[in-house]
Design a binder for this molecule. Structure first.
Ligand code: IMP
Ligand code: MG
Length: 180
């Protein structure tokens, strides 16, 4: 796919091989960081993180539980409305657990900072963040990120689970969406 059905052109930013190699490195670091615990629960923020979390957890050399949360602040637009809605909560009791939140992209930081505030009320033992992509130039709220796959420029991207108006999640690489 080089063009979306809505006409925007796609330009490859990160290849499938680059993603796979980076995930191996992240997984090694995460496995080391959590080697003393058997309380780890990895929470993927749906839908954008579903491919990333699937690849990442299979590289972890640890006992790990997986749960998911769906929050929304975007709708079909390219810009965040800044207001978080919880559409699906986790099913796990997070008290005294070591939580690792898995996000697809951190942009302004609004989504994640609100998710963190919410999950902290559940009294976990620890809470850390891993994001595949990070747009540091777009940050409006400070978020303490523990693991970043790639820092990327201020461009709208899709692929590897990440969408634009529900398109592009099935791409194996990350691509920039170029307006026609
Ligand atoms: P934030 O609240 O501005 O940090 O937005 C984070 C969320 O917006 C991410 O989890 C994505 O779901 C979405 N998002 C931000 N940038 C992009 C993009 O370039 N492509 C697709 N979704 C994006
Ligand atoms: Mg997201």
């Amino acid at each position: 796919m080089a063009v979306l059905v809505t006409g925007e052109k796609l330009e490859i930013l990160i290849t499938e091989a680059e993603i796979a190699s980076r995930i191996n490195t992240l997984a090694e670091q995460i496995s080391t960081a959590y080697e003393q615990t058997n309380q780890l629960v990895v929470i993927g923020l749906l839908r954008g993180s579903f491919v990333f979390i699937a690849d990442l957890v299979r590289c972890l050399d640890l006992p790990v539980e997986v749960d998911f949360m769906t929050v929304s602040s975007y709708g079909n637009k390219m810009k965040s409305s800044g207001q978080l809605r919880i559409i699906k909560d986790v099913e796990t009791d997070l008290k005294n657990r070591d939580i690792l939140i898995i996000e697809d992209i951190i942009d302004t930081g609004h989504t994640l900072s609100q998710v963190i505030s919410l999950l902290e009320t559940r009294k976990p033992q620890s809470l850390r963040i891993c994001t595949l992509l990070n747009k540091p130039s777009r940050r409006e709220v400070d978020v303490d990120i523990d693991w970043v796959g790639f820092d990327i420029p201020d461009e709208f991207v899709i692929g590897y689970g990440i969408d634009y108006a529900q398109q592009g999640r099935n791409l194996q690489h990350i691509a920039i969406v170029k307006k026609p």
